[in-house]
Design a protein around this ligand. Structure first.
Ligand code: NAD
Length: 307
């Protein structure tokens, strides 16, 4: 099966912002891809980029060696695997020993459940969430965090390396999602901290450049500061310089922090900063920040800080 996984047909389900360009890169690398998405606009966009599309998930899955999902949530993934409303799910339609490769960002518990039902149905399962956003998906430079048995990791790697530049085996089923949720909890918390520090600096009479020059070379250094700096100027490529056009949208940060809170709760970890960051980004997304870069949180902090 491992050889088939790298040379056989890939059923690609979910050709949205991320999945569309990822499927295109697989085709460019010589893979045979068959796509399915229930939304007509996604179907048209995929077809325009040369991705062959079919009318149902079952049609895409039949005869595929790999079923790759890039869906909005864990419920979408589990529903697609099991089937809903009397329709056959992917697990029952797929040929025995098919590689189920889920690249969506979902709860760790859901990823483990997806793997368990896939294995029980006689298939292989890999969770491989990504970081790098739409720009990385288009450029084929995504980072994949992978949870899989060692032999399945090797099979998945031959596919993932055509969509990304870093493929990290994090452990068994669910470990990819675990790594993603931990990383993004750091990111959300650190962006809030950096943004609060810049607003505090403004109040204390510091220029943005002075604070950046000190903190980016001192113990405050982090990605949120030195790459995605929330104020315009010090890092010309950061979204702050283009009125917070994403980048990484506030809605996605809010989603990932909700996944982090779920993981904190299910493991009993005393994660006060994670809980708080989740509340802050939920409010940001609900109050106009959903489609802005998550670094736009600084404008909320500034607005609420008075003159
Ligand atoms: P999106 O909403 O643009 O795309 C999801 C696609 O899945 C949609 O086109 C939708 O119609 C389709 N879909 C829903 N149910 C389906 C089904 N049963 N079968 C086939 N297709 C189905 O979302 P996106 O931005 O592409 O994100 C996809 C995943 O990647 C999410 O889990 C997201 O959290 C994660 N992610 C996104 C980014 C980003 O920058 N957009 C970055 C990292 C991770």
């Amino acid at each position: 099966m491992s050889e088939n996984a790298s040379t056989g047909t890939i059923a690609f389900l979910g050709l949205g912002h991320m999945g569309g360009p990822m499927a295109v890169n697989l085709i460019k690398a010589g893979h045979t891809v068959v796509g399915f998405d229930p939304v007509p606009a996604a179907v048209e966009a995929a077809k325009a980029h040369g991705v062959p599309m079919v009318d149902s998930a079952a049609e895409a899955a039949s005869g595929a060696a790999v079923i790759l999902t890039m869906l909005p949530s864990g419920k979408h993934v589990l529903d697609a695997y099991r089937g809903v409303d009397g329709e056959s799910g992917l697990l029952s339609v797929a040929a025995p020993d098919t590689l189920f490769l889920d690249c969506s960002t979902i709860n760790v518990d859901e990823a483990r459940e997806a793997a368990a039902i896939a294995v029980e149905a006689g298939h292989r399962s890999v969770d491989a969430p990504v970081s790098g956003g739409v720009v990385g998906a288009e450029a084929g430079t995504l980072t994949f965090m992978v949870g899989a048995l060692p032999e399945d990791f090797e099979a998945a790697k031959g596919i993932l390396e055509h969509m990304g530049k870093r493929i990290v085996h994090c452990g068994d089923h669910g470990a990819g999602q675990a790594a993603k949720v931990c990383n993004n909890m750091i990111l959300g918390v650190s962006m809030i901290a950096v943004s609060e520090a810049f607003v505090l600096g403004e109040k204390l009479g510091l220029t943005h450049q002075a604070l950046f020059d000190v903190a980016s070379n001192a113990s405050g250094q982090c990605w949120a500061l030195s790459t995605n700096c929330p104020v315009p100027g010090p890092v010309p490529t950061s979204p702050a310089n283009r009125d917070y056009q994403p980048g990484f949208a506030g809605a996605l940060m809010a989603k990932d922090l909700r996944l982090a809170v779920n993981a904190l709760e299910s493991t009993g970890v005393e994660g006060q900063m994670g809980h708080l960051a989740s509340k802050i980004y939920d409010a940001f997304a609900a109050e106009g920040g959903a489609a802005r870069d998550f670094s736009g949180i600084i404008t909320d902090i500034r607005d609420k800080s008075g003159k």
